[in-house]
Design a binder for this molecule. Sequence first.
Ligand SMILES: *Cc1c(COP(=O)(O)O)cnc(C)c1O
Length: 436
Amino acid sequence: MSGVVLRGPLLAHLTRCGLPAQVERSSAPLAQLGSQCKAFSRSMSVHIELTVPPPQALLKPLVVPKKLLLGPGPSNISSRVQEAGGKQVIGHMHSEMFEIMNEIKAGIQYAFQTTNKLTMAISGSGHAAMEAALANVVEPGDVVLIGIHGVWGERAADIAERIGGDVRRCVIPPGQKFTLQEIEQALVHHKPSLFFITHGESSSGVVQEMDGIGPLCHKHNCLLLVDSVASLGGVPLYMDKQGIDILYSGSQKVLNCPPGTAPLSFNNKACQKIFNRKTKPTSLYLDMSWLSNLWGCDGSPRKYHHTTPVTGLFALREALAILAEEGLEKSWKLHQENAEYLYKGIQELGLELFVKDKASRLPTVTTIAVPDGYEWKDITDFIMKKYQIEITGGLGPTIGKVLRIGLMGINCTKTNADLVLGALKDALKQCKKSKH
Ligand SMILES: *Cc1c(COP(=O)(O)O)cnc(C)c1O
């Protein structure tokens, strides 16, 4: 190669920058071209200035404070999960990655107690799984019945409406759970094709009894969709045995995994609805005809759909492995025992549990009625500032009504219960009563 020809836009640009047009000649030696290019780039830096400078904040090292996360999520992650999530990336379409995805699938099947083939982790937080479930099962005009006993039913109703569902709300006060009679009455009245209910209502601290709801829904020709984001691994739940057609969860609560991957499973009846739709789901990202293939559920070679959160999936794999090693029964028992220990301590402080019925209390997230005279935020702020412990206020219908304490997965210990009780006791002494 003896010379380089410059034509078109680049030549026009060089000429505009004041460079001699002779570079056009095909005989221009490379050395000459090199020096002209240097002049070109110098002139570029003169003529094109950045209007946004590098942010000063990014020129300092990353700071992540150490905190004990005893709110309703996220919870702290174990060092084993942390290490898995810090490994080098591999390709999302590599055979080793598919193997890891198969292991995750088996881990979710165990955690859900299901043999459903269409089982996977959605790339996103719990909300993404909620959207994925609704977007695939609901078609415009479908009647969707939503049980609302806290904020999560409200969210599901909002999503179902955006999809074009004909949403019917069945609302009970936060702190209570649905009876089978209430559910059956609503099913008879509305004749929905889908019923949504939250198992662990983390905004109110209620665990919904699941036995009997599946058979009721099926008797009335309706699919059952359940949110188990705050309960999975901490409270008994049996997808197949309880007749749950669609179940989803999240990674950052009892599983002690970073947020960003969300277990989701559909049984055959739900698949019949999904794969006989008249319309495509409005979301391509969450479309099960793509995702069932990507997760190796349809028997065909996997095709690229989107780049999965590879390291997030490593972390989820380890979190599910830890649950499998420990065993569900042991984990359920631990959450129940430590929750009861916490209830006792709360009552000894003279505080009142928000959920009156003992059997309705969600072991993973405990709600305390905001003590008379106190501003809830003064208490949570004080505990964060002095102890670096997170507890939170209410959410949705419980805002201003409750304080929430989560003891989930590795955070579910008597030591942590004692720590938060001590911090609460101190807060009650130090925070001023500002309300009358
Ligand atoms: C936390 C939570 C969610 C939402 O999960 P994100 O990961 O924050 O999207 C949904 N449902 C319940 C019951 C939850 O506790």
